[in-house]
Design a protein around this ligand. Structure first.
Ligand code: UDP
Length: 347
């Protein structure tokens, strides 16, 4: 049994967890991206019919491991209308947004145009086609600088960058669309998605890469000179920012459960998704050193604008209401999966 086969035995347990919702037709918008492509794989493994809609602006066609692929852009309402007349979707998952906090401060227009206006096009196409189950990729960035930790769903929403605000705008729009059009949605507020397919078929690929774990692993590989720590003067034990890292497969599992929730209860909800364990940037680098057995040169840089010091989730609601049971909660395992796929030249 290979490393990846061994992991697969664990992975297939997802199919037994998700018993009620097989054979649905699910539209995955942004299915060629990092989270979307892992989601498509899990939907296929749980025997759904998957249709991916993606403009490949940041995604990769070869990351879509199955289902139908429709090349198209959310800005184009006519192509959305064609898409919705070509299929009868049971549910829609939306992963197609821009995600860089720093960029959103410099180019807010890009974020409001894509993350808000284009999402409205998608919602309107759903309403017109009478498709009323929607899973929205939201973010911990809607909370802004935490007033308390861990952060539960009720925590005040004060986003401190346009990225977070664009996501919070859609959450509020979704509440209005539920009232007016009975469009039922689950907003999943991701903390820090990380890791990669335990079977080794997919990995995290962004261009340019801005996320901590892939950058640290590139430094371990010698592909970049060092990793820059964005500030070590935060009010945290080692001075670097603390984040809650969640394995990509656990994140995707929560989406399957959220679909089940929508079909079962026909009501909208929001859930925080994290492991409720915070790791500082320095701790992430230390664990990456252990996993890779490589030296990782570090450069201390300035703070990155828009970064709260500490983001850790209270995810009890998802555990209780979705029966979500994350399986890869150990950061070492998350980084090991990322490292295993980072080293594969063909991914
Ligand atoms: N970070 C860092 N150096 C990098 C990239 C990220 O120090 O090259 C820090 C960043 O400031 C944050 C944490 O790592 O505190 C996680 O950042 P990432 O961009 O991965 O995710 P985010 O928290 O912005 O969603």
């Amino acid at each position: 049994m290979t490393y990846f086969d061994a992991q697969y035995t664990i992975h297939t347990e997802y199919t037994t967890l998700i018993g009620n919702i097989s054979m649905k037709t699910i539209l995955v918008v942004g299915g060629a991206g990092y989270i979307g492509s892992h989601m498509v794989k899990m939907l296929l493994e749980t025997e759904h019919h998957v249709v991916v809609f993606d403009n490949l602006s940041t995604g990769y066609r070869d990351a879509v491991l199955g289902g139908d692929f429709v090349f198209g852009d959310l800005a184009d309402r006519a192509s959305l209308a064609r898409l919705f007349s070509g299929y009868q979707f049971d549910g829609v998952m939306h992963f197609a947004s821009f995600i860089q906090v720093g960029e959103s401060i410099i180019q807010p227009d890009k974020y409001y145009q894509n993350n808000v206006a284009c999402t409205l096009n998608l919602l309107d196409a759903m309403v017109t086609a009478n498709v009323n189950h929607f899973i929205f990729s939201s973010t911990a960035a809607i909370f802004g600088e935490p007033q308390y930790t861990p952060i539960d769903e009720q925590h005040p929403k004060n986003p401190i960058n346009p990225y977070g605000l664009s996501k919070w705008m859609i959450e509020q729009i979704l509440a209005d669309y539920d009232r007016a059009y009975q469009l039922k949605s689950v907003c999943l507020r991701y903390f820090n998605a990380a890791g990669a397919d335990p079977m080794g078929q997919l990995r995290e690929r962004h261009n340019p890469e801005t996320h901590l774990i892939p950058l640290v692993l590139q430094a371990a590989k010698g592909q970049r000179e060092n990793i820059t720590i964005f500030g070590q003067d935060y009010d945290t034990p080692d001075g670097t920012c603390i984040r809650d890292y969640i394995h990509i497969n656990d994140l995707c599992q929560a989406h399957l459960l959220a679909l089940d929730y929508l079909f079962t209860y026909q009501s909208s909800a929001s859930f925080n998704l994290g492991n409720s364990a915070g790791f500082s940037v320095k701790q992430v680098i230390d664990i990456a050193k252990q996993v890779t057995a490589k030296s990782i040169p570090v450069h201390i840089g300035a703070r990155r604008e828009g970064d709260p010091a500490r983001l850790v989730a209270d995810a009890k609601l998802a555990r209780n209401q979705l029966n979500w049971q994350p399986q890869y909660t150990d950061l070492k395992t998350i980084i090991a999966h990322a490292w295993a796929t980072e080293q594969q030249v063909n991914l």
